[in-house]
Design a binder for this molecule. Structure first.
Ligand SMILES: Nc1ncnc2c1ncn2[C@@H]1O[C@H](COP(=O)(O)OP(=O)(O)OP(=O)(O)O)[C@@H](O)[C@H]1O
Ligand SMILES: [Mg+2]
Length: 779
């Protein structure tokens, strides 16, 4: 062991060592330290028993338990000049840095670190450069402390710095006041040349300046953002008070008008209370609240609904209404009668809880348009809402106000558009309402339609009930089958069965032509249609139960004629006849099945119902050698196939009685129904099937001008069928003379079939197959 001298102090080159976390001890700087680790306490104790000198070295990490590898190789010998022992064995000490030393070796690790050290020779610095650097550095540091607003201690330090001439000491004094990271502090400690150290310090200080600048910008930016928002709020509030001051309180005025509107809207008491409550909420809302616009929309809805507005004269003349209905539509007796009854009852009692009307029928039969006409006859507003494809209950009942962009449902919207509380409200396509996971719209519909509950219809958006009991609801559907059962139960069905050719002709002449002439700006005299042409259009260019396509075809002709008139290619009176028809409409689109031309074996004429009206069907049966197979062709549906089977079984069971050869089942039987591409189904071809088969097997021809329809049972009973009117019309159109019908359908003939048709046809009502065969088969 040897000794070296620093500032007249003898220092042994073997000293106990204390590792430092996060701090570096510099020469001629005093700092307080807390000695906690047992090894460090041992080092301290050893030093205390000797010359109180310890070498302090920073550690590269922050762990308690460290290895010699974790220590930097340059440290500072310090003199411990005060020790406070703490109860837990640790100690608070004050240390003064004496000299920088290099760690040459770690001599021991346990029970405390002991190191072999050598002094680091200071580099002498004198001269202008050092002087200038010191001054500049101190100046910079001063600025930094000013910006930072550092405590008084630092002010004293700066005074002291001005006295100190040793650059190394200046460096060390500044460095401990810069909050540098450990690695930077250690870097300064290891920098031997004070000039270099000063330069580094300068760099650290300017870096600090940059950081401060950046911090400032961040703060400024945030403040700007906040300021803008506050400014807006502030300005708005100021505007309010200025307006108040000047007596032009816009908002107040608006609130007042709204209040007046609420009071005069004729709302029920509870509704008015609710509206006023919401208005109060609106008034008290700060003007920047986003809820304001929602609330205002809501109040507008409430105010604008026709809570007590009605239209239509109470002194309505029944006669007059009837006249209007007849003005707009031909026929449709049942619908018109029902409406007039409704009117009569309403006149008697003021208000009726009638069932909901439902107009059912094929497209274009006048359901929607008679709805309009009814509204006209009653002097009420007409509203039409299509329910086709409706899946969501919310579409009927609205969305709750908490949804963004919420609105009332279609019912309330309709009433709003109508502007009266008693419009004729048509709900079209009620048969196309769907049901899925978003709830069952039909339940909501029921609540709107059912007279037992609709005096307080609740819309989710409105939140207050609306009385729908004065609304005349009319629903329309093409078919009954798909209407939800609960709904169907409440409906009063009025059928629109479709028109006969004759009726169509009347409609065309009396309603469609005048209407289309008007729409096209033509005079009646310019263009003439003969009855024959209209009949041809109806028969050969359209196939429908209603008159929509007919209207379209006539419109097409009128368009073409109008063009010719405008282009001056035609003058005077133009008439369309059967010969020129095809130049307007092109070739014939449909040809109807005509009656058979001669009596034949195995060919029966059936009558069928289709959505576009009635049709006659030839049912052909033929046989061939085989093994008793039954062949069915012509796109027959399940029910129709089964009725052929049943017909065949009936024939077999009656073989003896009918005089059928016993071995007939050795032959294959083929039943075919043209036109093969059109799907056909239903039970009503039963008797025609059976007749064709029996004719075939008995080899007796069927009379050519007989058409038949009816369901047959296995034992040969004939059952009632539907669609009588359409079927009879088809038979008439096809030129048949006799129609065989089930006895139970006798009532329909009188009821539905127009007289001129009844006159042309002979009806045979039958109870069983025997009667059918007696009429249809030749001897
Ligand atoms: N009896 C009639 N008299 C006069 N015009 C009629 C008559 N029936 C239908 N029309 C006319 O036929 C056209 C189609 O009728 P509308 O639109 O009412 O059919 P719809 O029964 O509602 O059909 P959809 O089921 O397709 O809605 C309308 O221009 C209507 O004026
Ligand atoms: Mg319609």
């Amino acid at each position: 062991m040897s000794v070296f001298n620093v500032d007249n102090l003898e220092i042994k080159d073997e000293l106990s060592l204390i590792p430092l976390k996060n701090v570096v001890l510099f020469p001629r700087v005093a700092i307080p330290l807390l000695v906690q680790r047992p090894k460090s306490v041992n080092s301290l104790n050893f030093a205390a028993s000797q010359d109180k000198l310890v070498v302090f070295v920073a550690q590269k990490n922050i762990y308690d338990d460290i290895d010699q590898k974790d220590l930097f190789r340059v440290g500072t010998v310090g003199r411990v000049f005060e020790i406070h022992r703490l109860p837990d064995g640790s100690a608070k000490i004050n240390v003064e840095g004496i000299a920088r030393v290099r760690i040459k070796d770690i001599l021991q690790v346990e029970p405390f670190f002991k190191a072999k050290i050598e002094p680091i020779k200071a580099v002498p610095t004198r001269g202008v450069e050092a002087e200038a650097l010191v001054r500049a550095t101190v100046e910079q540091f001063k600025k930094l402390t000013e910006i930072r607003g550092m405590p008084a201690v630092v002010q004293d330090l700066i005074m002291a710095l001005n006295q100190v001439k040793d650059p190394e000491q200046v460096v060390h004094l500044i460095v401990i006041n810069l909050n540098l990271e450990l690695k930077d502090q250690q870097d300064i400690l290891e920098t031997i040349d004070p000039i270099d150290a000063l330069k580094k310090i300068n760099f650290f200080i300017s870096r600090e300046f940059e950081i401060i600048e950046a911090e400032k910008n961040v703060v400024k930016e945030t403040r700007k953002q906040l300021g803008k928002m506050q400014k807006e709020v502030f300005l708005r509030e100021q505007m309010k008070s200025i307006e108040k001051e000047l007596g032009i309180d816009g908002e107040k005025g608006e609130i007042d008008t709204l209040k007046a509107k609420i009071k005069s809207a004729g709302m029920p008491k509870e509704t008015e209370a609710k509206a006023l409550k919401e208005l109060d909420r609106l008034e008290r809302m700060p003007s920047f609240s986003p809820e304001i616009s929602y609330l205002r929309t809501y109040l507008d809805w409430l105010v604008e609904l026709p809570w007590s507005k009605k239209s239509g004269d109470k002194k309505l003349e029944l006669k007059n209404s009837e006249k209007i209905l007849n003005e707009d539509h031909y026929g449709l007796r049942k619908a018109k009668e029902r409406v007039l009854e409704y009117l009569a009852v309403q006149k008697q009692v003021g208000k009726i809880k009638g069932p909901i009307l439902c107009f059912v029928g094929p497209p274009g039969t006048g359901k929607t348009s008679i709805g309009k006409s009814i509204a006209r006859a009653l002097g009420r507003k007409f509203i039409r809402v299509s329910l086709g494809g409706l899946r969501d209950e919310a579409e009927i009942r609205g969305h709750r106000r908490t949804y963004v962009g919420a609105l009332p449902g279609r019912i309330v919207q309709g009433i709003h558009t109508a502007g009266t509380r008693n419009p004729v409200f048509m709900l079209d396509e009620i048969d196309k309402v769907g049901i899925d996971f978003r709830g069952d719209p039909s339940a909501a519909l029921l609540e709107a339609l059912d007279p037992e509950q609709n005096f307080s219809f609740s819309d989710h958006y409105l939140e207050v009930p609306f009385d729908l009991s004065d609304v005349l609801f009319i629903t329309t559907a093409n078919i009954l089958d798909t209407i939800p059962p609960a709904l169907c139960d409440r409906l009063e069905i009025i059928e629109f069965p479709g028109y006969t050719e004759d009726e169509k002709l009347h409609i065309a002449k009396q309603f469609l032509l005048p209407k289309l002439f008007r729409e096209h700006g033509l005079k009646d005299k310019t263009l003439a249609f003969t009855d024959q042409v209209l009949a041809d259009i109806i028969r050969k260019h359209t196939r429908e139960a209603g008159v929509r396509d007919l209207e379209r075809q006539i419109a097409a002709i009128i368009r073409k004629v109008t063009r010719r008139i405008v282009e001056k290619k035609a003058k005077g009176k133009i008439s369309v006849n059967s010969k020129t028809l095809h130049t307007y409409l092109g070739p014939i689109k449909y040809s109807h099945q005509e009656a058979e031309t001669k009596d034949e074996v195995g060919v029966a004429t059936g009558l069928a119902w289709t959505p576009v009206g009635g049709e006659v069907l030839s049912i052909e049966a033929s046989k061939m050698p085989g093994r008793g197979k039954l062949l069915l062709t012509g796109h027959l549906g399940e029910v129709m196939r089964e009725s052929v089977q049943a017909a065949l079984s009936f024939a077999r069971s009656q073989a003896a009685k009918l005089g059928i050869k016993e071995d007939f089942y050795k032959e294959d039987i083929h039943v075919h129904v043209p036109s093969g591409a059109i799907p056909k189904d239903g039970p009503s071809a039963g008797i025609a099937m059976a007749t064709a088969i029996i004719s075939l097997l008995t080899n007796r021809p069927i009379k050519k001008d007989i058409g038949m329809t009816g369901e047959a049972t296995l034992r040969g009973k004939v059952l009632e069928i539907g669609g009588v009117k359409e079927k009879v019309l088809a038979a008439h159109r096809a030129g048949l003379k006799i129609v065989i019908l089930p006895a139970d359908n006798k009532k329909d003939i009188a009821e539905d079939v127009p007289r001129e048709i009844r006159r042309d046809l002979k009806f045979k009502f039958v109870k069983d197959m025997d009667e059918v065969l007696k009429i249809a088969l030749k001897r």
